[in-house]
Write a protein that binds this ligand. Sequence first.
Ligand code: UDP
Ligand code: MG
Length: 313
Amino acid sequence: MTQSLLSIIIPAFNEADNIALIYNALSEQLNDTGYKYELLYIDDGSADETLKNIQHLAAQHEQVKYVSFTRNFGKESAILAGLQHAKGEATIIIDADLQHPSMLLPEMIKGYEEGYDQVLAQRDRKGESRMRAAFSDLYYSIMNKLADVDLQNGVGDFRLLSRRAVQAVLSLSEGNRFSKGIFSWIGFQHKVVFYENVERQEGESKWSFAKLLNYGIEGLVSFNHKPLRICLYTGLLVLLLSIFYITITFIQILQHGIDVPGYFTTISAVLFLGGVQLLSLGVIGEYIGRIYYESKQRPHYLVQESNTSRSQA
Ligand code: UDP
Ligand code: MG
């Protein structure tokens, strides 16, 4: 009987110390599953020894594959490259920093064998700063009210996708990739497995607050145009209010003449309207920016070197 192949995608950006650790952790879990597997490292333009360590591993173990980018293209691009190069009948995406417990793999594979096309791992937010946890709660509640896809707090990129699901993800060709949204958008039967949040062992998180904020906005506007609609309504409301105000004031002036020069009202109106306009312009700008990037049709990443080939376009 030919064994089926599992692909494990590991995006790595400056994770030199974690390359061997994650290899050991994964192979320990995978050796008894009865599957053949490939560990597909995506070196996202690391500046440290990450690539060297991966190549060193690849020389020793034939199941180690890698794709190395010419520069840092971001985790979303790394995941895309992984999916495009993965050859397995099922694919698991896991962080290189050991924050995603590899112990979960057998359970995820079991879910796949039960016939689920997606098996997602959901974590609690233990050990995370209270600020960050509060912000992500807020973000998810806004997001789920606004966006057309359903996102769950604590569910990230750590998941298993069947070949069908991978194909579906790859069929979405957009340039601004927001994987969380895409994974939810494609649908399919899914199963959730739970785990406890683990703190990072080596290196440090690559997410600054600014990066997280950008990522959040990305998610919001990639998946719906409701912010545009909100602008429209706010604009409309403000317009109606000001017409009402102008009419009333005008009638009063006709009846009583001008009394006090309305310094306060003028200033507040200017400020308020200015604010609404800037907000609306900002939202429109977001969408135009997206059109700009899409229209350029740039590749999501460039490969410097690799020991594997693409399995799909
Ligand atoms: N990563 C990447 N490219 C980047 C940033 C991060 O490939 O530009 C990888 C990183 O090496 C890690 C995973 O994505 O394997 C998650 O990154 P990180 O641990 O910084 O994020 P966090 O766990 O804090 O959300
Ligand atoms: Mg991490």
